[in-house]
Design a protein. Structure first.
Length: 141
């Protein structure tokens, strides 16, 4: 497995099947060029000897005047056939390492209630569930 930072819209588009919705070129370009936005892709070699994306993690640096900068783990995905191989854990670890390199004081993620697979991946990567959060949302669509 190889993990590298996405640098082009073409790389993001090649991983489109891992995302919840189709990749929009303008949005992908905006994400890739925005300061503090990070997308790491995991690649596996296939029979054809061509590396293909099998997972990703995205993170966004958030800054607050009295707290400094922390990394928000926005999303993690691993293709079904590649799950339970440590790919998700390694993607999270790499994002955490990037956050440390960038001077972030911590990293956090929101997890859907009952998503035990995600919780297991985050815990195996060193995260701790503090059990104190509720999520309040606004839908602007």
């Amino acid at each position: 497995m190889e993990i590298r930072r996405a640098a082009t819209v073409a790389e993001v588009a090649a991983a489109e099947y891992l995302f919840d919705n189709p990749v929009r070129t303008a949005w992908a370009e905006r994400f890739l060029t925005a300061a503090g936005h990070h997308l790491l892709l995991a690649y596996e070699e296939h029979a054809e000897n061509a590396a293909a994306p099998v997972g990703f993690v995205s993170g966004v640096e958030t800054v607050h005047p009295d707290k400094g900068t922390e990394m928000f783990l926005y999303e993690l995905a691993v293709a079904e056939p590649y799950r339970r191989r440590g790919i998700g854990r390694e993607l999270v670890r790499r994002l955490a390492a990037l956050g440390r390199e960038l001077g972030c004081y911590g990293m956090w993620v929101l997890v859907d209630t009952g998503n035990d697979v995600a919780l297991a991946a985050y815990r195996s990567a060193g995260g701790k569930d503090d059990g104190t959060c509720s999520v309040v949302t606004w839908d602007f669509t």
